[in-house]
Design a protein around this ligand. Sequence first.
Ligand code: UDP
Length: 323
Amino acid sequence: MKILVTGGAGYIGSICVEQLLDRGHEVVVFDNLTEGHRKAIDPRAALVVGDLREPESIAAAMRLNKPEAVMHFAANALVGESMQNPSKYFRNNVSGGIHLLDAMVENDVRRFVFSSTCATFGPPERVPIDETLPQRPINPYGESKLLFEKILRWYDEIHQLRFVALRYFNAAGATSRYGEDHRTETHLIPNVLKTALGQRDNVEIYGVDYETPDGTCIRDYIHIIDLAQAHILALGVEKSAFYNLGTGGGTSVREIIQACERVTGKTIPVVEKPRRPGDPPRLIAGSDKIKGELGWKPAFQSIDKIVESAWAWHQIYPRGYED
Ligand code: UDP
């Protein structure tokens, strides 16, 4: 298939691009390169530098390339930043997304895979979080993604735009060529690995007084290759659907740091800090729906294997792509 990938220069997008190309798909990346990196784009893909905030920019790319499907990763995705600057999140993640959908409808492109998030649920009544739980986000990032999920339902009903929304839990790990390099790094695993590389003095733990066994937040870390696999399966779906996507295992912040110590063989100094606003204590995915309906099966179940792949990449690219 010919697939237009927005945000294909970002962490998750770039690895989906690589995996799509490896399976023989043709890929056009649409990215404004503000967060992503040119070097993260597989050379087998075509690149359109454009901005979703400008309707004509995406409309022209759609007209010229006539893809059969769109995968939409381009978005701002930092919980903390969204609590400071909600406007940025609603403009880019909601308004920008509408420009994309309109360009699709105008050009009769009706297959869509959306990068959504477990942050649409907010603190859950129970874990694992399956698709039946109510969505009550507690930060503008999660709210912006939930709004876009709702918009998708209407484009499906009115414009027959078939979508699959994948609500990821914590994407982690790397392939041998592509990995995680955010311009502002707030994510746990890269921050711990940068400490192991000696680029940071310590890792800050945001909150040690949560109601969890060791007091730190629990997340469900899913390997990026397993995530990409779910996107590829989603391309074949005929009926619009929402799927939660994680491995079903919970790992605390302290357990991540311990895993990084095991994998890197280094001692990682930590500093305990107050809670970060907007962080739910425990997020674990219930992924039975996607397993049952699409036959998705995560290959990486162990946190050490996930961290090993990230560490291998960080050792090759210690300063990221721009070095
Ligand atoms: N975290 C931390 N120190 C860091 C980065 C993150 O303690 O330097 C915590 C964060 O508060 C959360 C967990 O690690 O509980 C995962 O955070 P991350 O930003 O990686 O992903 P999120 O769950 O926010 O999508």
